[in-house]
Design a protein. Structure first.
Length: 393
């Protein structure tokens, strides 16, 4: 990485991190003052009301980075990104505070995707020789882009179930996307990805370690991050010379994007299929997600978060190794699909079978879950006091 790009990345990351860190306390106090909280119920895992405006803190960090980027990046793409993020943040925040029907959210999600397609001229319009296909016509790629992007938004929205998972996954995924954008020479999207990762980390720290300072990212934050992830995928799969050059080197861009989003996307598909098979609405809340399974086995929130993020990162690593070992683009896709199915559909069913048998494997998983509880140990208490320091004054 050349020195100029390094300094852009470093400044963007630090700016987003510091901005989110300083705005966090103000947003937290605002949420508490006006009662904008997530109340516990039979489906949720928390036992007390928790403020739910964390998405605003992340948005501020990303926004400040994009404002700085106006001086050296593609201002058109920055503007489109900020408007798309803002709309979905507002819709998600209204949903957190007042509640919205899934239909209303779908309308805005579709509208934002169409806005990005037609103003940004980016869409899933190139298969990059997957199954021998290159560019596809608009009558096919526009509906495909809307379907895939809305799916990504909702998949990211549905992983906000345990402390640190959505923000930790977001920081990991944005970091991986930033590396790909560096390889593509797309500094605008690289800086947005780096800024998003930097903005998510302070929130992650408060969400995981804080007690009095704990705040949920809420639908505002998850829809914001889902929008960014969808935007990243659309940008990578839009026909451009840099992506074509990587494709000619054997890089499977579609397998890559699926690998980065493997666990949330395929876990969402699994849960929705299970609901439909059981005659239930696909968006009906329940406890069928993988993070619920880990909690049921006795894993701590942080243990669950670490396991799921590492699992997803492992899929990315396997994809990368398949590329480096010379696998064709088609084979890269099949490897990613198989692995994604195994760690979501396969793992869930495997654990349920072992649970019914009360097998040695299931009891071994229970022991690992019990060992994941480190909340009362020295480092954890030190971090809790650091995160809660402002609230204790």
């Amino acid at each position: 990485m050349c020195s100029a790009v390094f300094w852009k990345v470093a400044i963007s990351f630090v700016t987003a991190f510091v901005s989110t860190w300083f705005i966090y306390g103000w947003v937290l106090n605002f949420a508490i003052k006006y009662g904008i909280v997530d109340n516990p119920d039979a489906r949720k895992l928390q036992r007390v009301p928790v403020p739910v405006l964390g998405g605003i803190t992340v948005f501020v960090g990303i926004l400040i980075v994009t404002i700085l980027g106006v001086f050296f990046l593609d201002t058109k793409m920055l503007t489109i990104t900020v408007i798309a993020m803002t709309v979905m943040l507002i819709i998600g925040t209204i949903d957190d505070a007042k509640g919205l029907s899934p239909a209303v959210r779908f309308i805005f999600e579709i509208g934002v995707v169409l806005y990005v397609i037609y103003l940004g001229d980016i869409k899933l319009g190139d298969f990059y020789r997957l199954w021998g296909v290159r560019s596809v016509p608009d009558y096919f790629c526009v509906p495909l882009t809307v379907f895939a992007s809305v799916g990504i938004m909702n998949a990211i929205n549905l992983i906000d179930g345990v402390d640190g998972y959505s923000s930790g996954f977001g920081a990991m995924a944005c970091s991986v996307f930033a590396i790909m954008f560096y390889a593509l020479g797309n500094q605008t999207m690289m800086i947005i990805a780096v800024g998003a990762a930097g903005a998510l980390i302070p929130f992650f720290l408060h969400n995981v370690f804080g007690r009095k300072s704990k705040m949920f990212i809420g639908d505002g934050g998850t829809l914001l991050m889902g929008t960014i992830m969808a935007l990243f995928v659309m940008t990578i799969l839009t026909t451009n010379p840099a992506s074509t050059a990587l494709m000619l080197k054997g890089v499977g861009l579609i397998p890559f994007t699926l690998a980065v989003l493997a666990v949330p996307v395929f876990d969402t598909l699994r849960v929705m299929l299970a609901r439909i098979i059981n005659g239930l609405p696909p968006f009906r809340p329940d406890k069928l997600h993988l993070h619920h399974l880990f909690i049921e086995m006795g894993f701590s929130h942080v243990g669950t978060t670490v396991c799921l993020i590492l699992t997803d990162f492992a899929v990315v690593v396997v994809w990368f190794l398949s590329y480096k070992l010379g696998a064709s683009i088609n084979l890269q896709l099949y490897i990613v699909l198989l692995l994604a199915m195994l760690v979501t559909f396969g793992f869930y069913q495997f654990v349920r079978v072992q649970q019914r048998r009360n097998s040695a494997i299931y009891n071994w998983l229970l022991r690992i879950g019990e060992a994941s509880h480190v909340e009362r140990k020295g480092f954890w208490d030190l971090m809790r006091r650091l995160m809660d320091r402002k609230m204790e004054r």
